[in-house]
Design a protein around this ligand. Sequence first.
Ligand code: URA
Length: 220
Amino acid sequence: METLVKENITVLNHPLIKHNIAILRDKNTSCELFNSALKRIAFALFFEASKYLPVELKEIETPITTTKSEVIKNNLNIIVAPILRAGLVFSDVAQTILPFCHIHHLGMYRNEETLEPIWYYNKMKGKLKDPDNTYVFILDPMLATGNSGYDAIHNFVKQGINPKNIVFMCLIAALNGVKKLNTSYPDVRVVTAQLDEALNAKGYIIPGLGDAGDRIFNTL
Ligand code: URA
């Protein structure tokens, strides 16, 4: 898939991605259609986000001959970290693509006045055994202010994980959020399907798609 690379951000550049983004943006899109469009994009995002996972050669016997094929390196600790609740929408796609991943939920909600995240769930503390061999995919459909993204990244970096091994994956990224993550953690790659220009006073992305959690879980 062709990609545009700018700063440490990869924006998927494909007509089918744009087509599905248009479905997501439309306020008249039903919950069912919203989730199916989102899943289609999620697969593309995950393949892009995971493209630098280390590989090794494995000897394989085909029905014809013996050959060596690249496989994902054995014994990697792959953590997929959906930020609750909207990030959950990417979890089953993550498990389909990376069936050996560990899912660690990060519970945060946004203080509507300060736009700062308030943590309510994180069972990861003190449990990481092999930080050098750990790769993390943080999932949140919307990268708006970047405040919760920053906290999520910090949560893993403080456990000794190399920021180069962390990817922040989202559907729509606002410039503010990208700048915040790229400035604080320049080695963390942001992978998104769409880059939007601005935020409104309530911290929602413009043009965006509204509240992702409400649209995914039909709680509008
Ligand atoms: N979270 C959302 O769900 N939507 C936005 O536009 C910003 C943050």
